[in-house]
Design a protein around this ligand. Structure first.
Ligand code: MG
Length: 260
C-alpha cells in the first residue's frame, strides 16, 4: 500500500461498502425461494403427547398467563382462549413467552381451520420463532403453514426453517386436523466480539416424522437476502407469529417445554 494514499484507500472502501448496500437493497425476496426438490408427502394419524413431569407448561388449555405481546412485553397476550385452545388475534400482533430459554425440547400442536381459503404463503401462515431476538418477526422461524396440497417455495412450507432449511418430508394433515411439532433447539453461542462461536441447531419431528435432523442454521430468519449471525444474544423468549395474510387464523393447544 506504499504508493496508495490512505484517503483514497478509505474512499474506495466506502464505495465498496455503498455498492454492497445497494446490492442488498436490490435483492428480491424471490431470490431466496426454492421450488425443487419437493419433500415427499407422508401420512400419519392424529395423536397428542402429554407433558412429561419435568416440563414447563406454556399452555394448559385455560389461559395465556405465560405469554405477553411481543411489541410491548408489559401487555398480556391478547389472543383468544376458548374450548381449551387459543386462536391468533390477527389485529393484535405476535405473542411470546414471558420466560426466556436457551436450549430446550418443545412440544406444540396447531390447527388450520377446516374452511381455510387462500394459497401459497397466504393460506394459514403463522410461525414458531425458536428464539425471539427482537420485536416483530426477528428470530429463527420454524414455519407454520397449511402445506396440505398447498404449493409454495419448499424452504417456506410447513416445518421449513423459513428461507433456509427445507423439511425432509411433508407429513401435513388436512385442515381441521391437529398437527404437532416436537423440537430440540440448540441455541447459538457467541464470542466476546459478537461473532458466532457455534451456530444454532434444530431437530424437528412433524406429526412424528423427522423433518429437520440436527440441522445447522445460518442465522436468524431473513425475508430478503442471505441470513447471517449479526448480533449476539442470550436466552430468548419463544414467539408465535400473527401473520398478515388474509386467511382465517390458526389455533394452538398443548404447549410445553423442557429446558436442556
Ligand atoms: Mg410464517
Amino acid at each position: 500500500m506504499t504508493n496508495f494514499p490512505k484517503s483514497l484507500f478509505v474512499a474506495s472502501l466506502m464505495i465498496a461498502g455503498m455498492n454492497m448496500a445497494n446490492a442488498q437493497e436490490k435483492t428480491k425476496p424471490e431470490q431466496t425461494e426454492f421450488y425443487t426438490p419437493v419433500p415427499p408427502v407422508v401420512t400419519t394419524k392424529e395423536a397428542t403427547l402429554t407433558a412429561p413431569s419435568d416440563a414447563v407448561i406454556l399452555f394448559d388449555g385455560k389461559d395465556l398467563s405465560k405469554w405477553v405481546m411481543t411489541n410491548d412485553r408489559t401487555q398480556p397476550a391478547a389472543w383468544t382462549v376458548a374450548n381449551n385452545v387459543f386462536t391468533i388475534n390477527k389485529k393484535s400482533g405476535n405473542i411470546e413467552t414471558k420466560q426466556a430459554f436457551n436450549n430446550y425440547q418443545l412440544h406444540i400442536e396447531w390447527q388450520v381451520p377446516a374452511n381455510i381459503q387462500g394459497k401459497g404463503q397466504g393460506r394459514g401462515n403463522s410461525g414458531l420463532f425458536l428464539a425471539s431476538i427482537g420485536k416483530g418477526d426477528d428470530g429463527y422461524e420454524l414455519q407454520i403453514l397449511d402445506s396440505y396440497k398447498n404449493d409454495t417455495y419448499t424452504n417456506g412450507q410447513a416445518a421449513s426453517i423459513y428461507k433456509q432449511l427445507v423439511p425432509l418430508a411433508n407429513p401435513t394433515r388436512k385442515p381441521g386436523e391437529w398437527q404437532a411439532y416436537d423440537i430440540i433447539w440448540t441455541a447459538p453461542t457467541f464470542n466476546a466480539d459478537q461473532s458466532v462461536k457455534t451456530p444454532a441447531r434444530v431437530t424437528v419431528l412433524f406429526n412424528g416424522v423427522l423433518v429437520q435432523n440436527n440441522a445447522e442454521l445460518k442465522g436468524p430468519t431473513q425475508y430478503i437476502g442471505d441470513p447471517a449471525y449479526r448480533k449476539a444474544h442470550g436466552p430468548s423468549p419463544i414467539k408465535l407469529q400473527s401473520h398478515g395474510d388474509p386467511s382465517l387464523p390458526l389455533s394452538f393447544r398443548n404447549i410445553w417445554v423442557r429446558e436442556l
